[in-house]
Design a protein around this ligand. Structure first.
Ligand SMILES: [Zn+2]
Length: 317
């Protein structure tokens, strides 16, 4: 049994995955604030999900953790996880002694990319060893993870897929990174909420509703979201030629309303170009099914990926 965790700003989700890749247990816990609380939450979540699977810690062969921020997967160190109150945290080293197994850590969007790839491949009966996908996470910020033949493509410094900070409109709104017209400045939930500037629990939903009701500011913001997401899809396909771009994250709660905007923008922006039309981008965008535990599943897969099996240790030993 392998365990995967998705540690977010408000909750941590843990899953147990069996040998066939199926999820046999799933729990959610509230996430504490700061490094010590994150460590405590991770250990508690692993205990809880093992109990949910009717097993003890000794039945767990590996643990993988997806977490926001910069992650060094070699050391399991996390830095700049601002939403968790973490500046620097040696996460793998802190939790491994309490769990007694190998612990691997990866950025949450990259983990979600691996999980989304596995979920989609299983649902379509695909061979997971061959194929490519980009997972575009539309949350407070915008970032993507690229998966090739089942493995996340990190690039030289882990920056591969950071499409949120590609500027697609030099005259566009100022981004928190200092550039103008980044994908994230147009389509990030945080940037949209800030420019909308009205109170509400789900500002992007409010923007969509107000746009439908004819509000001019909302229509501009909503058109910007479609432009930003469509630009990210173009960038991902034109640089990595992935088979498909799967959209996930909080904004995808808008479902087909969001997807329809994005596909319409992709069709409209390709109209003048036979080359862009030939790529059929509008047919290569999908939504992650709502409620999918993509990041936790991906973390479980990553956690087990380099776990030397006992027989392998024997062979080499
Ligand atoms: Zn930016």
């Amino acid at each position: 049994m392998k365990v995967g965790l998705d540690v977010g700003g408000t909750k941590a989700e843990a899953v147990v995955v069996n040998g066939d890749g199926g999820i046999i247990a799933r729990v959610r816990l509230a996430t504490g604030w700061g490094g010590e609380e994150i460590v405590r939450t991770v250990v508690a979540a692993v205990h809880a999900v093992a109990a949910d699977a009717g097993a003890g810690l000794d039945a767990i062969s590996s643990v993988g953790i997806g977490i926001p921020g910069q992650v060094d997967p070699g050391t399991g160190r996390v830095s700049h996880a601002v939403n968790l109150g973490v500046d620097e945290l040696d996460l793998a080293a802190e939790v491994a002694p309490a769990l007694g197994v190998t612990v691997r850590v990866e950025n949450d969007v990259k983990a979600a990319a691996v999980g989304a790839y596995a979920l989609r491949g299983t649902a379509h009966g695909l061979d997971l060893r061959h194929g490519s996908m980009a997972y575009l996470n539309l949350g407070t910020g915008v970032a993507a993870g690229i998966v090739v033949d089942g493995e996340v493509w990190r690039g030289a410094h882990g920056t591969a897929g950071e499409v949120g900070h590609v500027s697609v409109d030099p005259a566009g709104p100022l981004c928190r990174c200092g550039q103008h017209g980044c994908v994230e400045a147009l389509a990030g939930g945080g940037a949209v909420a800030q420019r909308w500037g009205r109170p509400g629990r789900f500002p992007v939903l409010d923007v969509f509703d107000a746009a439908d009701a004819g509000d001019e500011t909302a229509r501009e913001l909503r058109a910007g979201i479609a432009r930003g997401v469509a630009a990210a899809v173009r960038i991902l396909v034109l640089t990595a030629d992935v088979d498909v771009v799967v959209l996930g994250g909080g904004l995808t709660a808008l479902g087909d309303r969001l997807l329809a905007d994005v596909t319409a923008e992709l069709v409209a922006s390709a109209e003048a170009s036979p080359f862009m039309r030939s790529l059929r981008l509008e047919e290569r965008v999908e939504l992650l099914p709502p409620g999918s535990p993509a990041a936790a599943l991906g973390a479980a897969i990553i956690g087990a990926a380099h776990d030397p099996r006992p027989e392998e240790a024997l062979t080499h030993g």
